[in-house]
Write a protein that binds this ligand. Structure first.
Ligand SMILES: Nc1ncnc2c1ncn2[C@@H]1O[C@H](COP(=O)(O)OP(=O)(O)OP(=O)(O)O)[C@@H](O)[C@H]1O
Ligand SMILES: [Mg+2]
Length: 302
């Protein structure tokens, strides 16, 4: 498949702070590629380097075969950017903003259609300053798509969206991809990444700590299953002696047993043997969140 984004050994510093510390990845045409990572990991910085908004210290970047620094103008016609922090003039109306962005883009999409899809038709005459947080967010996504981009960068697209709007946004992003657009998605929502991304990279402190398909990452980094139930004051230390059990942890009344293989059946059997019959015994499959926490498990850093 055609490579549309190529990043090799990207580095970006702000003074003495190394924000992006040697990052390499590729994105193929029509992929939804996710960038995950704790606050300050360098995701926005990396994406802004790809968009040509920041000058990297070193490394190679090609987006649609173009260098975002020296060929930024040509590139920006072909990409769409929804920035993490955007602003528009307070008084501009929703339709005016869309119309303005469309007028700047040759071959623009039908902005009325976008307005409809992103749930802004009712607000078409509202000023930017009167929109709610989620409505602003949806407007920024619609604006990022107005030039029919070949690659679209979405930095926390669904931050502030209500659950239904989030689902709609996912469907719309899938539809955009079906038309061949490549999507780079920065997100803090693990369900979003798991549902939407073909591949993703988890960034931590400026580096890529892990990359792969959501399921591949789960298999590699979080193969253990968890058995969860509520226990009273009962002594449950006997569970630690089950061969398949790795850890037993208590969080208040909630007990979490991690292990492998038929651990659910073994734990259930052992509990019953000891006269404990929890009503809510259940198994939780490992998720992308487990992978994320495992890879980025360190105190909040400055
Ligand atoms: N303009 C700037 N000047 C100085 N430091 C900056 C600047 N922009 C970002 N940084 C620093 O670079 C690091 C990476 O920031 P970046 O915004 O790329 O992180 P992020 O992964 O997008 O985080 P978040 O999830 O919070 O959006 C942070 O430590 C941040 O404080
Ligand atoms: Mg960011």
């Amino acid at each position: 498949m055609k490579t549309v984004i190529e990043v090799k050994d990207l580095r970006k510093t702000y003074g003495t702070l190394v924000a992006v510390d040697g990052v390499s990845f590729q994105v193929s045409e029509g992929e939804i590629f996710g960038l995950l990572g704790p606050n300050g990991a360098g995701k926005t910085t990396a994406v802004e380097c790809l968009e040509g908004l920041r000058r990297p210290d070193s490394g190679l970047i090609q987006v649609l075969g173009l260098d975002p620094q020296s060929e930024g103008k040509a590139l920006r016609r072909r990409i769409g950017s929804q920035l993490q922090e955007s602003a528009l003039p307070d008084r501009i109306r929703v339709w005016e903003a869309l119309d303005l962005f469309a007028s700047l883009a040759p071959g623009a999409a039908d902005w009325r259609g976008l307005m409809q899809q992103w749930g802004l038709a009712d607000k078409r005459k509202s000023s930017f300053s009167s929109l709610s947080g989620g409505q602003r967010q949806r407007l920024f996504v619609a604006l990022a798509l107005v030039n029919n981009p070949e690659v679209v960068f979405l930095d926390e697209m669904t931050a502030g969206l209500d659950p239904a709007a989030r689902r709609t946004a996912w469907d719309l992003i899938r539809a955009i991809r079906e038309r061949g657009t490549t999507v780079v998605l920065v997100t803090h929502f693990m369900d979003e990444a798991e549902n939407l991304c073909d591949r993703l990279a988890i960034m931590d402190r400026g580096r890529i700590a892990a990359a792969g398909t959501p399921q591949g990452l789960i298999t590699t980094y979080a193969s253990e299953v968890r058995v969860v139930f509520t226990a009273g004051a009962d002594d449950i230390s006997f569970l630690e002696r089950i061969p398949n059990v790795k850890t037993v942890a208590r969080h208040g009344p909630r007990v979490e047993v991690s292990g492998s293989g038929p651990v659910l059946a073994l734990v259930a059997h052992s509990l019953v043997e000891h006269g404990i019959t929890p009503l809510d015994l259940r198994m939780e499959q490992p998720s992308l969140e487990d992978v994320f926490l495992r890879i980025t498990d360190h105190p909040i850093t400055e």
